[in-house]
Design a protein around this ligand. Structure first.
Ligand SMILES: [Zn+2]
Ligand SMILES: [Zn+2]
Length: 122
């Protein structure tokens, strides 16, 4: 499970849907009382951003004509974890041709800010 936290516009459909499912899995894991310590330690999740990130991804999924039916369940967890968004953008570029194409073209055509995270800019 992994929260990429990069601008959803930079992500291909598969990675967008994948992260979305994984956010539901994070919520499920928390509600089962299973520790997220390894994910937190490895910079794979920011616990206080799960709900906000889910909203962002759903917004982008709907914009792309995808369905979203299951609400994220409620869950409680202390604020933990730190994600390196710039590193994650590089990693998506390396791992996935489709993400890489989006990252390059969005970077060219739109403001530079988009490559930094828009949560940070807010
Ligand atoms: Zn959802
Ligand atoms: Zn991708």
């Amino acid at each position: 499970m992994r929260m990429w936290k990069v601008n959803p516009l930079l992500m291909c459909d598969q990675h967008l849907l994948g992260e979305h499912v994984e956010l539901h899995m994070f919520a499920g894991t928390i509600n089962k009382g299973i520790s997220l310590e390894g994910y937190i330690h490895n910079g794979l999740v920011e616990t206080n951003q799960i709900r906000k990130r889910h909203r962002e991804l759903v917004k982008e999924m709907i914009r792309r004509g995808m369905n979203h039916k299951s609400e994220l369940p409620s869950f409680k967890i202390a604020r933990q974890g730190r994600i390196n968004i710039k590193e994650n953008i590089k990693e998506l570029s390396r791992r996935c041709n489709k993400c890489n194409e989006r990252i390059k073209s969005v970077g060219k055509n739109e403001s530079k800010n988009i490559l930094c995270c828009y949560y940070c800019n807010a």
